[in-house]
Design a binder for this molecule. Structure first.
Ligand SMILES: *Cc1c(COP(=O)(O)O)cnc(C)c1O
Length: 368
């Protein structure tokens, strides 16, 4: 059997006719960027997340860096981010000239809120709460700390499309919630796309102006902006995806549940979900304290693909050598990079495929 870590064609196949009908409709409309589909998607996404505004953008990275830019965070400022984040989270901070300050993750693979205060300095301006793998960070503690120290909070929801913390949707706690609709994400487009959500009227308007060269009225430019427009084809297709998002999230929960119940191997640790959180299971990430790479190779020999999210923590990445950080500075994040393994997880995965993965893992023994 051959099992991919993620098989986007399966999800497409579940509603192919609906996507194809929408695509033809947009192609025939004669209007391709920032139009009716974008406006409708922005309304529907804001309503789904439970925010006042949504502004469509070209990518998740754009959502992040433009958020920090419009919140006035740049050179000389520090932003707190988890040390096991995806590199794009860190780039969203550093692209504005601000300095990322790393904080170790907790047992839920998310920013350890109890370690944030020790990292705060007079230069700290914001916390980037990355809701990794489909589970929200401890937003109760993060918002308390932010209020106490007068910090902005940006949520990176690129992997969290519709999950909750204490019953409230991820993306609605901070000043801005940032989403990516890259094809592999929970609500994935058919190319690059992203958005922000916010309850702040003024900030939402600034995003609308900034994404289109800083122009509110055509050829009247209020500020130096950028081109980060969402196109009609992606927005239209995302509207179809959104209609089925609850169904996609529920299906991944069923898949995760089967892994949770049937994976039984003393050499692996299953993912932990906090009692205040639910997960949309963007990834099903196990920890393998000894022999992670061996397990990945063993599964590959059996036709089972896995991915490591992520093999190099950002502070050890060549891109961030200029920060002068070294191995040993964030031992938990470094250990996670050597331990984590994402198992196959996608909509349309069959029970037979899942049992094949489960049996293979349950039979595995690390060799020393
Ligand atoms: C995918 C992702 C991003 C970047 O989104 P793009 O649309 O690829 O620019 C940012 N943060 C996290 C956590 C992501 O998973």
């Amino acid at each position: 059997m051959n099992i991919m870590p993620n098989d986007l064609g399966r999800q497409y196949g579940l509603h192919a006719a609906e996507y194809e009908e929408k695509a033809i409709q947009v192609l025939r409309s004669g209007w391709y960027v920032l139009g009716k589909e974008v406006a409708a998607f922005e309304q529907e996404w804001a309503a789904y997340i439970g925010a006042k505004h949504c502004v469509g953008l070209a990518s998740g990275l754009d959502a992040l860096w433009i958020s920090f830019r419009l919140l006035g965070i740049g050179a000389g400022d520090e932003v707190i981010v988890c040390a096991n984040a995806y590199i794009a989270c860190v780039m969203g901070i550093s692209m504005n000239g601000a300095t990322p300050v790393f904080v170790e993750p907790d047992e839920y693979d998310n920013l350890d809120a109890d370690k944030i205060e020790a990292a705060i300095t007079p230069k700290t301006k914001a916390i980037l709460a990355v809701h990794l793998y489909g589970q929200a960070c401890d937003m109760t503690k993060i918002m308390q700390i932010a209020r106490k120290h007068n910090l902005k909070v940006v949520e990176d929801c690129a992997q969290s499309h519709g999950n909750h913390w204490n019953g409230k949707t991820a993306g609605t706690f901070g000043d801005v919630g940032c989403f990516s609709f890259y094809p592999t994400k929970g609500c994935g487009a058919f190319g690059d796309a992203g958005c922000i959500v916010t309850d702040n009227d003024e900030l939402a308007q600034m995003f609308r102006v900034f994404r289109n060269y800083g122009s509110e009225k055509r050829y009247h430019n209020k500020m130096v902006g950028t081109n980060s427009r969402l196109d009609e084809l992606q927005a239209g297709l995302l509207r179809v995806k959104l209609k089925h998002l609850d169904e996609f999230n529920a299906e991944r929960c069923v898949i995760a549940e089967l892994y949770n119940e049937e994976l039984k191997n003393p050499h692996i640790r299953l993912p932990k979900i906090h009692k205040e959180a639910d997960s949309t299971w963007h990834q099903y990430v196990i920890h393998v304290p000894k022999g992670r790479d061996q397990l990945a190779d063993y599964l590959k020999e059996r036709g089972i693909g896995t991915i490591i999210h992520y093999p190099i923590p950002p502070h050890l990445s060549e891109a961030y050598a200029y920060l002068g950080l070294k191995r040993g500075d964030f031992p938990i994040a470094e250990r996670f990079a050597d331990e984590v393994l994402s198992l196959p997880m996608y909509n349309g995965m069959t029970e037979e495929e899942q049992h094949y993965v489960i049996d293979a893992i349950n039979e595995w023994e690390p060799t020393t």
